[in-house]
Ligand binder design. Structure first.
Ligand SMILES: [Zn+2]
Length: 179
C-alpha cells in the first residue's frame, strides 16, 4: 500500500534524512539533511527523495545479477577467444584484441547501469579471466613468461575498471540531461 504522492512528500520534506543515502553525483553522505530535493552540500546536486529511495532500494537487489554478468562474461570471453584461435593461452590468439574490446564493452555497460562502486565490475571481469586462464593452463609448466602474463592481467583489470568508470560517468551525464 502506498500513500498518495502529496502526503508522502509533505511528510518527508520536513524530516531529516535518517539513512546514509549518498548524493547521486558525488556520493556524499546526505544523512541528517532536510528537504526534497536534498541539495548536496558538497557538489550542489539536487537529489530528489524518490530517486534516492529508488536507487538505494533497488541497488542491493540488482547488484547480484551484475556480479554474475561480469563473472560469466569474463569466463566466456576468455574461453571463447582461446577456443576460436585453438590456443590454450588466450593472449596467444589473434582474436585476443577482440576479447579485450568485448570485455571493455561489458565493463562499460555495467558501469552505465550500476555506476555505484563501478570499479567492482572491472575487477570481477579481470579476476575471473585470470582464474579462467589459470584453470585452462593447469598442469602445464608456467614457463618463463608468467610475470609478463600477471602484468598483462593487471593492466587488463585497470582497463576494465577505467571502462566501467567511463560508463558510470556517461550515465551520470545522461541523467543530468534528463533532469
Ligand atoms: Zn553531491
Amino acid at each position: 500500500m502506498t500513500l498518495p504522492a502529496g502526503d508522502e512528500s509533505a511528510s518527508s520534506q520536513s524530516r531529516a534524512l535518517e539513512r546514509h543515502w549518498r548524493c547521486t553525483a558525488c556520493a556524499y553522505d546526505l544523512f541528517g539533511l532536510v528537504g526534497d530535493p536534498i541539495c548536496c552540500p558538497e557538489c550542489g546536486e539536487e537529489n530528489s527523495l524518490s530517486t534516492l529511495e529508488q536507487l538505494n532500494c533497488l541497488h542491493s537487489e540488482r547488484e547480484y545479477p551484475s556480479y554474475v554478468i561480469a563473472a560469466t562474461s569474463g569466463i566466456i570471453i576468455w574461453i571463447g577467444v582461446a577456443l576460436s584461435g585453438d590456443c590454450v593461452e588466450a593472449w596467444d590468439c589473434r582474436y585476443f584484441p577482440i576479447g579485450i574490446i568485448l570485455s571493455s564493452v561489458v565493463a562499460g555497460a555495467l558501469g552505465t547501469t550500476r555506476p555505484r562502486h563501478c570499479w567492482r565490475w572491472g575487477i570481477v571481469i579481470g579476476f575471473t579471466q585470470g582464474l579462467t586462464h589459470v584453470a585452462m593452463t593447469l598442469g602445464r609448466s608456467l614457463g618463463p613468461t608468467w610475470p609478463l602474463g600477471l602484468c598483462l592481467l593487471t593492466v587488463l583489470c585497470g582497463l576494465y575498471v577505467g571502462c566501467a568508470y567511463g560508463g558510470a560517468h556517461l550515465s551520470r551525464k545522461t541523467h543530468d540531461k534528463w533532469e
